[in-house]
Ligand binder design. Sequence first.
Ligand SMILES: NC(=O)c1ccc[n+]([C@@H]2O[C@H](COP(=O)([O-])OP(=O)(O)OC[C@H]3O[C@@H](n4cnc5c(N)ncnc54)[C@H](OP(=O)(O)O)[C@@H]3O)[C@@H](O)[C@H]2O)c1
Length: 328
Amino acid sequence: MSFTALRLFQENGQRVSRYVDQSLDDLDAGDVVIESHYAAVNYKDARAVSGVGNVIKRFPCVPGIEVSGTVLSSTSDRFTKGQAVTVQGGQLFGIRHDGAFSQCVRVPAEWVAPIPEGFDARDVVALGIGAYTSAVAVEELERRGVKPQDGPIAVTGATGGCSSFAIDMLAGLGYTVVASTGKTTAHDYLRRIGASEVVGRDGLCSGDKPLEEQRWAGAIDAVGGAPLDQVLRSMKKRGVVCSFGNAAGEKVETSIYPFILRSVTLAGINANHPVATRGTAWTRMAKGGDLRPRHLDSICFDIAFRDLKTYCDQVISSGIQGRAVVNF
Ligand SMILES: NC(=O)c1ccc[n+]([C@@H]2O[C@H](COP(=O)([O-])OP(=O)(O)OC[C@H]3O[C@@H](n4cnc5c(N)ncnc54)[C@H](OP(=O)(O)O)[C@@H]3O)[C@@H](O)[C@H]2O)c1
């Protein structure tokens, strides 16, 4: 059996990805062989394919951390030929073990989950880790008592996959959402998916003082760096900031004053959980659930497998709006 994979190589100190013809013997070992139908393209996947940063920890390796498809064969009695399944996240898949960007995937059985009720083969990865991360952040705001009537919620990196879902979910729950974006052409898109107001990347804060005008009851931050500092300095008393990303930088320089004078909480979000352990943040996104994004079709779009490499380079060089799904 032969199939195509997009594999990342390390050659002469450079990282380069190439489409290669493969047989099963070329893939890492595992109990379950899956014919890929859909794979998501997260920011870290785009970095991996484009050879940026240190996402991939072993070379050569197939990137991609989320796939859905049907079982071609299984040596585990948990799965049968033809079953609809998904593999998402963990510390190895698409990082140290050949991942999703391949027409055929082979993994240990414990990484595989049946497609849960309320999801189908496409939406399970279209939503995937991106929407799940936002849902975990939204639940964190709820758990810490931030209510729609407390004031607006700022969302940074607004046109990104995760943040687009956050905007949609928050608006659906009745929150007023202010979206921060670097893309002047994306304002209509952001209003369509639920933003009440759109500001630029430096529009989150009114000045340079350690504490500025109190604007946000809550925030969902996908970018870190300077925008996260701006958000912290503009939080209302007892406001909650959920932070999960680093697109603007992995370091944050800020002061202690938002924390000790306004009782602001900075809550870290790590949503790298296997599908089977995801709990309510995941099940609330199933068809009919209250966190089901209402604008899934505006946020997610399909790309062909052959266009994936070019698409990833574009994400890194100029950014993209929404979340791409590879349709094999
Ligand atoms: N902690 C977790 O469990 C977890 C899970 C999933 C993702 N993440 C992280 O969350 C972040 C977002 O992921 P994603 O898949 O949604 O990525 P994405 O689709 O590429 O979105 C990132 C967005 O950040 C903004 N951005 C990019 N470069 C920037 C810069 N230099 N300064 C300020 N803003 C910038 C852009 O939005 P605008 O152009 O609209 O400003 C971009 O669309 C990534 O850092 C990812 O690694 C973390």
